[in-house]
Design a protein around this ligand. Structure first.
Ligand SMILES: NC(=O)C1=CN([C@@H]2O[C@H](COP(=O)(O)OP(=O)(O)OC[C@H]3O[C@@H](n4cnc5c(N)ncnc54)[C@H](O)[C@@H]3O)[C@@H](O)[C@H]2O)[C@@H](O)CC1
Ligand SMILES: [K+]
Length: 520
C-alpha cells in the first residue's frame, strides 16, 4: 500500500470534522490557492451566497434597506462582492414588480449604503481592493449605491444615529471582521459593535454577519463559509459551501508555512530556538551533522552531541557547536549527561547515524523515558526508531517520529492493517516519508506532495528531521511535521528545475531559506 492509499483510508477512518478553527480555516484558504483555486473565486462564491441569503431574508422579514459595515480584510471583501450581487437583485426585483404588477420581493428602491471602516488605501488584500474598486465604479453612476469611507468613530456614530431614524425596514450586514481577527477589538470597530448591539434591540433592524460575528456583536444570523467556525452559535448560523474541496483541509501547502510562528525582529540570541542533535557513531558520523546544518538555517543555536569521529568532522562547520561523548557509541552510561545537556535546548533530534546495537538500544529507551518525564520535545528518526521497545513505550504529544516505510514497520504499526493505526491511544505525530509524505496523529492527517526522485540521494532524511526539529522549537508538532516535509521537498523541487536530478543534500539544505523566504 502506498502513502496515498493509506491517506485515503485514514481519512475515511478519521471522519469529517464538523468544526474548523480560524487558524485551520486560514491555512485551508491559502492551500486552496496552492491547489490552483484563486482567492478571488472563493470570495466571489462567498459574496454571492451572502447576497442570495440576504434576499431570502428580505422577503421573509419584509426588509428593504441595507447598510453594510466593511472591514479592511477579506471579510470586508466578501461584503463588497455581496453588495455587487445585491445590486443585481435590485434590478431584478424592480423589473418583476413593474412588468408583472406582481410584487414577489419587496422592492429595493432605496439605496444600499456601504460604510468602509477606514480608507480605501488601507484595504489589506488584493482581492478586497479590486472588489472595492468595482463598487466605486458602480456607485459613481448608480443612485442605489452609496459608499462612505470612514475611520473616525464620531463620523460613524452619526451614520448609526441616522439608521435609528430610518422609516424603512433595515438590514445591517456585518462584514467587519472574520477569521482574521487577532486580540481584542480595536477602534473604530469597538464603537461600531457597541452601537449596533444597541440598535439591534429595535425591532426594525436585523443584523446578518458574514462568516463570523465580529467579536462582541450579537446579531440575528451568521452566514458562514465552508464549515462551522468554533465560536459561531449553531442555532443562528447558516452554512454555505463556496467551492473549497475537502482535500484542501488535508494537503500541506504554503498555507501551512504562512501559519508558522514568525521571527520577531526584536528578538535576542536564542529566542528563535535551540536544537540539540543527539546521534552519530564510529561508522556513521556524518548524519547528525546534516541534521544540525538543516536546523541551523532556521534556529539560533545548534549543538551536536556525538562521538569523536563526528567531532573531528564538525571542525569544518564553525556554525555548529559540539559536545563530545566518551566511546564509539551512545550507551546507558551517557543518559544522565545528555538529559542534563538537553535541558538547555527547546528540541532534541535523536537517532541519525546512531547505529543499531545493544548499547544504543539501552541509551535510546532510557533517554526517551527521561524526555517523557521532562515533557521535552523530541524528533525521533532513523536508528532510534529501530531500537525502541514499543511494548512499553509512551507515545506522548511532544514526540515526532520521522520513519520511512521500513522504519514504520518497526513501530509495530502495520500499514496494511489500518485498524492497527486508527484508534491507538497515542498523541505522537508521525511523518511517514514516501513519494507522498503522510503526516498524522490521533487528531489530524495531511499529505505532502513536494519532493522528487532526485531526493533519493543520501542524507535527505537527516535534513528533513533537522528542519522539523527547528520548526518544533516554536510551533506545535503537527504543523512542524507538515511544514518540514513541505520545505524539504520544495527545496528539492527548486533544484530539479534548476539542475535536473543532479544535486545533493547540501544543495537542499542551502535552499531551505529560499523556500521560507518565498512562503514563510
Ligand atoms: N477562509 C476562506 O476560505 C475564505 C475566507 N473569506 C473571508 O475572509 C475572511 C478572513 O479574511 P482575513 O484573513 O483578511 O481577515 P479578516 O477580514 O477577518 O480581518 C483581518 C483584518 O482585520 C484587522 N484586525 C485584526 N484583528 C483586529 C482587531 N482585534 N481589531 C480590529 N481590527 C483587526 C487586520 O488588520 C486585518 O486588516 C473570512 O472570515 C471570510 O469572510 C472569503 O473571502 C472566501 C474564502
Ligand atoms: K463578520
Amino acid at each position: 500500500m502506498d502513502n496515498l492509499e493509506l491517506h485515503n483510508i485514514l481519512l475515511k477512518n478519521y471522519g469529517i470534522k464538523k468544526y474548523i478553527s480560524p487558524k485551520e480555516m486560514n491555512i485551508t484558504d491559502n492551500n486552496c490557492e496552492y491547489l490552483g483555486i484563486p482567492k478571488m473565486v472563493l470570495m466571489e462564491n462567498a459574496g454571492k451566497s451572502i447576497a442570495d441569503e440576504v434576499v431570502n431574508y428580505l422577503v421573509k422579514n419584509n426588509k428593504n434597506k441595507i447598510f453594510v459595515f466593511c472591514g479592511l480584510g477579506n471579510n470586508g471583501g466578501d461584503g463588497f462582492v455581496a453588495i455587487r450581487h445585491l445590486i443585481g437583485y435590485c434590478d431584478y426585483m424592480d423589473k418583476i414588480s413593474k412588468s408583472s404588477g406582481f410584487i414577489r420581493f419587496p422592492s429595493l428602491r432605496s439605496e444600499i449604503t456601504v460604510i468602509l471602516l477606514g480608507k480605501e488605501k488601507e484595504i489589506k488584500t488584493y482581492e478586497s481592493k479590486e472588489n472595492f474598486k468595482i463598487l466605486k465604479n458602480i456607485g459613481e453612476l448608480d443612485f442605489r449605491l452609496k459608499i462612505k469611507e470612514m475611520a473616525c468613530p464620531n463620523e460613524i456614530l452619526k451614520v448609526i444615529k441616522n439608521i435609528k431614524t430610518e422609516k424603512e425596514n433595515v438590514i445591517i450586514i456585518d462584514a467587519m471582521l472574520g477569521t482574521g481577527i487577532k486580540g481584542e477589538l480595536r477602534e473604530p470597530f469597538k464603537t461600531v459593535v457597541n452601537e449596533l448591539n444597541n440598535l439591534n434591540k429595535s425591532n426594525n433592524i436585523k443584523i446578518i454577519s458574514v462568516d463570523t460575528e465580529t467579536k462582541g456583536l450579537n446579531g440575528d444570523l451568521i452566514i458562514t463559509f465552508h464549515k462551522h467556525k468554533l465560536d459561531n452559535e449553531l442555532n443562528k448560523t447558516n452554512l454555505k459551501k463556496i467551492g473549497i474541496p475537502p482535500i484542501a483541509e488535508h494537503i500541506v501547502g504554503w498555507g501551512d508555512l504562512k501559519a508558522l510562528s514568525k521571527i520577531n525582529p526584536d528578538s535576542h540570541k536564542g529566542d528563535n530556538g535551540k536544537v540539540l542533535v543527539v546521534g552519530g557513531s564510529k561508522e556513521f558520523f556524518g548524519a547528525p551533522i546534516l541534521s544540525a546544518l538543516a536546523s541551523s538555517k532556521i534556529v539560533d543555536l545548534v549543538t551536536v552531541a556525538s562521538v569523536k569521529n563526528t567531532m573531528d568532522a564538525l571542525r569544518n562547520y564553525p556554525e555548529l557547536m559540539g559536545y563530545e561523548i566518551e566511546g564509539n557509541y551512545f550507551g546507558e552510561e551517557h543518559i544522565n549527561e545528555i538529559v542534563e545537556l538537553s535541558k538547555k535546548y527547546n528540541v532534541v533530534i535523536l537517532g541519525n547515524g546512531l547505529s543499531v546495537n545493544n548499547s544504543t538500544k539501552k541509551f535510546v529507551n532510557g533517554f526517551l523515558m527521561e524526555m517523557d518525564k521532562l515533557n521535552k520535545k523530541v524528533v525521533i528518526d532513523a536508528d532510534a526508531i529501530k531500537v525502541i521497545e514499543y511494548e512499553n513505550f509512551i507515545f506522548n504529544e511532544n514526540f515526532i517520529f520521522t520513519p520511512h516505510k521500513k522504519e514504520f514497520e518497526y513501530m509495530g504499526l502495520d500499514v496494511n492493517n489500518i485498524n492497527n493505526i486508527y484508534g491507538i491511544p497515542w498523541s505522537s505525530t508521525i511523518v511517514l516519508k514516501g513519494k507522498y509524505d503522510l503526516i498524522f496523529n490521533k487528531n489530524n492527517i495531511k499529505i505532502n506532495k513536494t519532493g522528487n526522485a532526485g531526493m533519493t540521494v543520501g542524507g535527505t532524511g537527516d535534513a528533513l528531521c533537522g528542519i522539523i526539529g527547528a520548526l518544533f522549537c516554536k510551533n506545535d508538532a503537527f504543523i512542524s511535521g507538515c511544514c518540514g516535509a513541505f520545505i524539504n521537498g520544495y527545496a528539492g523541487d527548486l533544484l530539479l528545475k534548476e539542475k535536473g536530478y543532479y544535486y545533493n543534500v547540501i544543495d537542499i539544505i542551502d535552499n531551505i531559506p529560499i523556500v521560507l523566504a518565498l512562503y514563510g
